[in-house]
Design a protein around this ligand. Structure first.
Ligand code: NDP
Length: 311
């Protein structure tokens, strides 16, 4: 018979590896499947200066290597594979790798993260981390004293624009319609911040710059007017997509696909299945908060396995 693992972790960002550290130290012998982007979103960032414990900052990929080493040190088995299918019918949960291998586990910790949405321009891809970012809290500090732009009209864009307005002399907010989707209070704050200029009905044609961002070409989609604006930072805040598709209807999700958990806990609607990190958090989305919820998920899994007398 197939071995039934005590604990399987899906995903390898800060949430997954933190869950792995806790689960392995609690003797749950966790097996972790990294997913298609081992290390998660931090692999596409450069300096991380806001993770406690790294007073000089750390490169995102280095930090994820450190997370992994710590998990492996206590016995976590890491597989560089993607999980493609799940079946949460029975008390023993089943998941399948892309190669079709079936894995069984008494508890599953989900930490599959979320992916930022991008505009899809060549210049955006080319200038990624050279002025183009999807996280003002992570990268805003590097643009202190410089002019920047934020794209989007939702709560994230409003929040990022306000965050940047405290660091930068001028923030251009590019909204593609004549109104914002953001909550009224957030919109008011944006409009009342003197150094945020909202460009209504405005879309980005191109991000300008060879080696780093030097400006942007924007078009008013009502008047047709095109203009170049010099900026140093270009923040894309048009939403994230949680990587939760494979859980289909098994797990309760909100209208945008984020996994629902019991407030203040990591429990999902299925016994023995726990959710952590950005797959269940659309508000904070920080490495440190993801790590915190990864810890919660491992502690909840341990408690569950104890209650069921599996360990
Ligand atoms: P949203 O999906 O709410 O908003 C995305 C915004 O980006 C929309 O204004 C959309 O325009 C715009 N957009 C999408 N695609 C493009 C494009 N290709 N070009 C230009 N603009 C584009 O995402 P958010 O990340 O803002 O928010 C996600 C959820 O998280 C929401 O429920 C939000 O309320 C919540 N949230 C709450 C916070 C809080 O409470 N503090 C903070 C952050 C998020 P359009 O409107 O035209 O479709």
């Amino acid at each position: 018979m197939e071995k039934i693992h005590k604990c399987v972790i899906i995903g390898s960002g800060p949430a997954g590896y933190t869950a792995a550290v806790y689960a392995s130290r609690a003797n749950l012998e966790p097996v972790l499947y990294t997913g298609p982007e081992p290390g998660g979103q931090l692999m596409i960032t450069t300096d991380v200066e806001n993770y406690p414990g790294y007073p000089e900052g750390v490169m995102g990929p280095q930090m994820m290597e450190d997370f992994k080493k710590q998990a492996v040190r206590f016995g976590t088995v890491v597989h560089l594979e993607k999980i493609e299918k799940v079946d949460f019918t029975g008390p023993v949960h089943k998941i399948w790798t892309e190669a079709g291998q079936e894995i069984q586990a008494h508890s599953i910790i989900i930490s599959t993260g979320a992916s930022a949405k991008w505009l899809g321009m060549e210049s955006e891809q080319r200038l990624m981390n050279k002025g183009v970012s999807a996280c003002a809290v992570c990268d805003g500090f590097f643009y202190k004293g410089l002019e920047v732009a934020v794209v989007g009209g939702g709560d994230t864009a409003a929040e990022e624009a306000q965050y940047l307005a405290k660091l930068c002399p001028k923030v251009h907010l590019l909204v593609r319609r004549d109104e914002m989707r953001a909550s009224k209070i957030m919109q008011q704050r944006v409009v009342n911040t003197p150094n945020i200029e909202v460009h209504w009905n405005t879309e980005t044609e191109e991000i300008l710059g060879k080696e780093e961002v030097e400006g942007m070409r924007v078009k008013n989609n009502v008047t047709g007017e095109v203009k170049d604006i010099p900026i140093k930072g270009f923040f894309v805040a048009i939403g994230h997509t949680p990587n939760t598709k494979i859980f289909g209807d098994w797990l309760d999700k909100d209208e945008t696909g984020y996994l629902k958990t019991v407030p203040g806990r990591s429990l999902t609607n299925i016994e023995g299945v726990f959710a952590s990190g950005d797959a269940q958090d659309k508000i904070y989305r920080q490495a440190v908060t993801a790590a915190g919820t990864g810890c919660m998920a491992a502690l909840d899994a341990e408690r569950y396995l104890t209650e069921k007398e599996i360990i």
